[in-house]
Design a protein around this ligand. Structure first.
Ligand code: AHG
Ligand code: MN
Ligand code: MN
Length: 342
């Protein structure tokens, strides 16, 4: 007899797992649901991106004389609006807003959660039909009452209660963790639901892919140069050389490496001595996910999740992925930390 396979939607999964949450009252579940809804709206718009020639360029005026919002601005507004009307978020820190955005809606007055996000990551890839994403990180506020303030966001990554990303790729997926493993959901466009497709994701201990913008090679620290050379060496036993893969969308590069095994590096360079990527809404959420999947995330010397933030948009170098590869890169960073040229 044919028994249909049980499809578990994101909504069902969140409800079933609600008791996993330390302070479960359904609030975090609702917040994750709100993020899922905003992601679907952004997905719809991202899918239309190729039509800009017909509908009007982003940032310009369309044929109806309306302003066409840039997709990162659109995504930012969509997420903030979903989080405001959801009632569980008291403040948002976003790549698109210089200052933190307090949520003052009536239903949010008892809200306990903070969200840090990169509403659209990899935005330089929008116009060329290449995968982009959204990254988010959720904390509990530390101030007890009154309006939330900046100090609420100055928590280490270890304090995250949940984190995730959405990848708008050949299919759209949401991957998240609440500290009990990592689960991935693929959007079924025919029913408009994220469905559990990748339960309990684990990153291979050792991968065979390295992802770094080698155009900046001349300005890399010696440890990174040595690691790249290590990846390129011929060695049959350790299956080297590894493959180089770099999309230029952190979410997409990270997602591929999470599934296949690999390392993504955005080091400090002479041009950006603190690296390029942002601690609060790019590095911390992915670090939480990778650790939950059995991987590692480091700034080259220390664990990303242990960095004490001091400002909203602070940057950090990032080495993230398969644990054996990140450890090898750290070893070379340490060994050559005093050397200024290769
Ligand atoms: P964003 O589009 O949110 O500004 O992020 C872009 C980031 C990241 O997604 C990507 O991995 C990295 O920038 C690429 O930088 P380079 O072009 O310097 O390699
Ligand atoms: Mn980004
Ligand atoms: Mn962005």
């Amino acid at each position: 007899m044919y028994t249909p396979k049980r499809v578990i939607t994101l909504g069902q999964f969140i409800i079933e797992r609600q008791s996993d949450f330390p302070y479960a009252k359904g609030e975090l579940s609702r917040l994750l649901r709100d993020i899922g809804i905003a992601a679907k709206m952004v997905n719809r718009e991202v899918n239309k991106a190729g039509l800009v020639d017909i509908l009007g360029d982003y940032g310009n005026t369309n044929v109806q004389g309306e302003e066409v919002k840039k997709l990162d601005v659109y995504a930012n507004e969509q997420f903030i609006s979903a989080l405001s009307s959801g009632g569980e978020t008291c403040a948002v820190a976003s790549e698109e807003n210089e200052e933190m955005v307090p949520i003052n809606s009536e239903i949010s007055k008892n809200a306990k959660y903070l969200v840090a996000m990169d509403p659209l990551d990899g935005s330089s890839n929008i116009d060329v039909n290449v995968s982009i994403g959204t990254i988010f990180s959720i904390y509990r506020r530390t101030t007890l009452s009154g309006p939330s303030n900046l100090s609420d966001f100055m928590q280490k990554g270890t304090e995250q209660v949940a984190a995730g990303y959405v990848i708008y790729g050949s299919s759209t997926m949401m991957v998240y963790t609440t500290g009990k493993g990592v689960n991935g959901f693929t959007l079924d466009p025919s029913i408009g639901e994220f469905c559990l497709s990748h339960p309990d994701m684990k990153i291979p201990k050792l991968g065979f892919i390295y992802s770094v913008n080698e155009g900046n090679y001349a300005h890399f620290p010696v440890g990174v140069k040595k690691f790249i050379k290590f990846c390129q060496e011929e060695d049959e036993k350790s299956k080297r050389p590894y493959s180089s893969r770099y999309i230029g969308s952190l979410v997409a590069d990270f997602h591929r490496n999470l599934l296949k095994g690999g390392i993504y590096i955005y080091p400090a360079t002479a041009k950006s001595p603190k690296g390029k990527l942002r601690l609060l809404y790019e590095c911390n959420p992915l670090a939480f996910i990778v650790e939950q999947a059995g991987g590692k995330a480091s700034d080259g010397f220390n664990r990303i999740l242990d960095i004490q933030p001091t400002s909203l948009h602070q940057r950090t170098p990032l080495f993230i992925g398969s644990p054996d590869m990140v450890s090898k890169a750290e070893e070379l960073m340490m060994r050559f930390s005093q050397v200024s040229t290769s």
